[in-house]
Design a protein around this ligand. Structure first.
Ligand SMILES: Nc1nc2c(ncn2[C@@H]2O[C@H](COP(=O)(O)OP(=O)(O)OP(=O)(O)O)[C@@H](O)[C@H]2O)c(=O)[nH]1
Ligand SMILES: [Mg+2]
Length: 451
């Protein structure tokens, strides 16, 4: 994406039939283009900035394309810091298309995905983490993820980056002062102060890094795979969680062949449950495919509920190590506890006993799931949800650790200063101060058109 100074246009609302669609223009000719086709109903009306005006959009032949409300926002008091025009028309895709075509015939260019936000970023209206928060907010799929995205939009991630950068800068000043005054007394004072600051920064960065998994779970929800041999009660478990009969349950092993995805909430945690085909060798090509799909999903989920049937005589010999769980967290669920004595199971693994028929143990199972993912009720503090931010904070942590080690080894100040500068430069990538063009393009082209 190039930062051009032309005038761009795009629908700002989703395409479809509805009450109102908004078409947005940004750039130096936005006002002139509007003036060329908009006729206010009150003839004496002047289009003053930030006021809605009622009128018609008329094409070159004098045909009325729609009756609309139009607003002009004079630069720099707009989202992009450029002249912006919004046309609020009736939400009919044909009307939207005709109005768009009319503006493009006057010289407006159809915007690329994310180009409005890109201009807002390039013109200093928002920083990069705030631009990312806009995309995050639009895509947020739960109350919690919406609240996190709003925190990010308020600049919580940038504030953290600035705070750490300021601290690193103070350390850099100290390192340079310590270089300039090599007497023992001064050195010790400086070294003590540096050690104190370094530990404080590492504590903050580490605490932030810990939020990543939780942050991702809060944003995307938790995905749970229900896995196990045929007939152990996987589909019954899914149905119990859902509160209705979604999956077919029979006493015939191999009932489920395709995987079934359903969404529930556990507390305030959005959860995607996936029921799968029972794991066994089968000559049936459909069942084989289902088993392969189930196994393929293990690495993509946050948690596996591995279900066994507690009524089976071979239960004491059951070995979870034989199940290819990769490194995915799991809970061993022993089902059908209404049919056996839970005190005489003889299983060597930690497990939760349930009955998908009577519901016994299901609350314990829910608690066990929630305990695996400690999700805070409130999101007042900063939470990392973006992989990009996580990677940057890992680099900051590594540089600060390298600095700490260098300090202990009494390395020359210029080596120490390098680590601090690198850490500061990494933090600049959070806000976008030090981000290469290709990464910017990658971030903004993930946006939808019109944003
Ligand atoms: N008594 C008892 N029976 C259960 C329980 N859970 C499931 N069943 C029975 O076990 C049989 C198999 O249940 P499903 O839920 O279809 O088992 P599944 O693991 O999905 O089986 P496949 O789809 O074939 O892999 C059915 O007859 C269920 O009624 C339970 O907790 N107690
Ligand atoms: Mg099933």
């Amino acid at each position: 994406m190039y930062f051009e100074k032309d005038t761009i246009i795009a629908p700002a609302t989703a395409v479809g039939v509805g009450a109102i669609s908004i078409i947005r223009l940004s750039g130096p000719d936005a006002y002139t283009f509007l003036g060329g086709c908009f006729t206010p109903f009150k003839e004496s009306t002047i289009l003053s900035s930030h006021h809605l005006t009622y009128g018609s959009i008329v094409d070159v032949e004098g045909n009325v394309l729609d009756q609309v409300m139009a607003v002009y926002m004079r630069a720099p008091a707009s989202f992009t810091c450029e002249d912006v025009v919004e046309v609020h028309c009736h939400a009919n895709p044909y009307i939207v298309k005709h109005i768009l075509n009319h503006f493009t015939s006057m010289g407006a260019r159809l915007a690329d995905p994310g180009e409005f936000s890109y201009r807002a970023f390039m013109n200093g209206r928002i920083d990069l983490s705030e631009a990312e928060a806009i995309a995050e907010l639009i895509e947020a799929g739960s109350d919690t993820s919406t609240r996190i995205a709003l925190q990010h939009l308020k600049g919580s991630m940038s504030a953290m980056a600035h705070e750490l950068r300021d601290q690193l800068f103070q350390m850099l000043v100290l390192v340079e002062a310590y270089l300039d005054f090599p007497e023992d007394e001064v050195e010790n004072v400086h070294i003590n102060m540096l050690n104190h600051s370094v530990d404080e920064i590492l504590k903050k960065v580490q605490a932030l890094l810990y939020t990543f998994h939780t942050g991702k779970v809060m944003r995307d929800g938790l995905s749970i795979l229900i896995l196990g041999k045929p007939n152990v009660g996987k589909s019954s478990l899914l149905n119990y969680f859902l509160g209705h009969d979604r999956a077919i349950v029979t006493e015939i092993p191999g009932t489920t062949r395709d995987f079934i995805e359903e969404h529930i909430t556990l507390g305030h945690l959005p959860v995607k449950l996936v029921d799968t085909a029972g794991l066994r060798d089968s000559t049936d090509i459909v069942e084989q495919t289902g088993v392969k799909q189930a196994l393929d999903k293990i690495k993509d989920v946050d948690l596996v509920l591995y279900v066994v049937d507690g009524t089976q005589p071979d239960i004491p010999n059951f070995d979870l190590d034989e199940v290819p769980l990769e490194s995915t967290p799991y809970i061993l669920v022993v089902n059908k506890c209404d049919k056996f004595d839970t005190n005489t199971l003889g299983l060597s693994h930690e497990y939760v006993c349930v009955s998908a028929v009577t519901g016994d143990g299901m609350e314990l199972l829910k608690d066990a799931i929630k305990a695996k993912f400690t999700v805070p009720e409130s999101v007042d503090s900063s939470v990392i949800t973006e992989q990009r931010h996580y990677d940057i904070f890992v680099q900051v942590k590594d540089e600060v650790y390298a600095f700490k080690a260098g300090l202990q080894q009494q390395l020359p100040g210029e080596f120490l200063a390098c680590h601090l500068r690198d850490a500061m430069s990494s933090l600049g990538r959070i806000t976008g101060e030090t981000v290469p063009e290709d990464i910017l393009n990658h971030i903004f082209t993930k946006f939808c058109v019109g944003k």
